[in-house]
Design a protein around this ligand. Structure first.
Ligand code: UD1
Length: 338
């Protein structure tokens, strides 16, 4: 069965391509290489012994999207990762974010509408919950006003898909709300490749550990948490990738309950910034140079998932611990810099 993975050379897309190939799917990757490298294709091949089909183009080019679907009429499912994801940049360039994340989503759904039956998996984010009132966060927690254009594209994206599913009964979709994806493939062949200074915690930690950055700034230790630093739910990217395969299988086997569903993807365990640093120190055997600085505007105190729905309905559970994830991220950093 042929599956399209957009943004397939990116961090989560590449790990999902591996898991799909491991399960016997034929994978077609589309990527414009704007935030990824063509070498990732070799990494996927090295792990799975199979080179996915790859087409390089920008999904903002509507005609190319149309020709792609004409050429690959037998696509049974789409996992749509292609999007921009930097919160700060989205504040500076909102229209770029709406074009990339919303415009492209509309083109994809327009193509899927032409098919007799279509299965669509969407990369959403726990950012839709804002600072939720209750922990852990269930899928029924209210969606809070977005703090950034990036966050808004995830909320609006979900609404667009929900409306499309309502209007077109041949379209089935699942939105996956990721908590904080981290780590790398245990083979050391693929992982996260941030361009420039990393905005996210774990790549900043590993780059500091390797000496590329001098010091990690911990954004605030005066939050109302046990050690004063923010709490997040860090999920190993391989676990996350496997959840995409589970979600896709659910749609392909018509096991879905209604043609639009939402699932949280996390471990269910919250970890503070200091706990993540200590985990890194444990697995790397070295001290990390960090200092406490002011809070980062827009950060929420805590977010961790209630995983019951994903565990019971998708039959999927995150297996890796924070230490496993940090160890794989560290191994990857060493390989990339060697
Ligand atoms: C961020 C985005 C979120 C997006 C996600 C995608 C913000 C406010 N949120 O989530 O919308 O879906 O990335 O990957 O940008 N931290 C430090 N020092 C650092 C970097 C981070 O102390 O140099 C802390 C942060 O304050 C936070 C935690 O580490 O408490 C995790 O930060 P990060 O990795 O950026 O993820 P989120 O902010 O949760």
């Amino acid at each position: 069965m042929k599956i399209l993975v957009t943004g397939g050379l990116g961090f989560i897309g590449s790990h999902t391509a591996v898991e799909l190939q491991n399960e016997g799917f034929e994978v077609v990757l589309v990527d414009n290489l704007s935030n990824s490298s063509i070498d990732v294709l070799d990494g996927i091949e090295a792990i799975t012994h199979k080179r996915p089909i790859f087409e390089e183009f920008d999904l903002r080019e509507k005609q190319k999207v149309e020709s792609f679907f004409q050429k690959h009429g037998d696509i049974a499912g789409v996992i749509h990762f292609a999007a921009s994801k930097a919160v700060g940049e989205s504040v500076e360039k909102p229209l770029l974010y709406y074009e990339n994340n919303i415009g492209v989503l509309v083109y994809m759904l327009q193509e899927l509408k032409k098919k007799q039956s279509a299965n669509f998996i969407f990369s959403s984010s726990c950012t839709v919950y804002g600072q939720a009132d209750q922990m852990p966060i269930t899928e029924t927690a209210p969606v809070k006003p977005a703090e950034s254009p990036y966050g808004n594209t995830k909320q609006v994206g979900e609404e667009i898909i929900k409306d499309s599913c309502k209007a077109n009964s041949q379209l089935k979709a699942i939105a996956l709300r990721y908590f904080n994806p981290v780590g790398a493939h245990p083979s050391g062949k693929i992982g996260e490749l941030p361009i420039g200074v990393p905005q996210n915690l774990v790549p900043f930690i590993t780059q500091t550990g390797i000496g590329l950055r001098e010091q990690l700034s911990v954004f605030g230790d005066d939050y109302p948490t046990e050690d004063g630093t923010c709490i997040r739910d860090y999920i190993h990217v391989v676990d996350l990738a496997k959840a995409h395969v589970a979600a896709l299988q659910r749609l392909l086997k018509n096991k879905n309950d209604g043609n639009y569903e939402v699932f949280n993807l996390g471990t269910g365990k919250g970890s503070s910034v200091l706990e993540v640093i200590h985990s890194f120190e444990r697995v790397s055997g070295q001290k990390l140079n960090y200092k406490i600085v002011d809070r980062r505007p827009g950060d929420i105190t805590q977010a961790y998932a209630d995983t019951k729905k994903a565990n019971e309905v998708l039959g999927w559970k995150a297996e890796s611990t924070l230490d496993d994830a940090m160890k794989s991220a560290w191994e990857w950093e060493k390989i990339v810099r060697s």
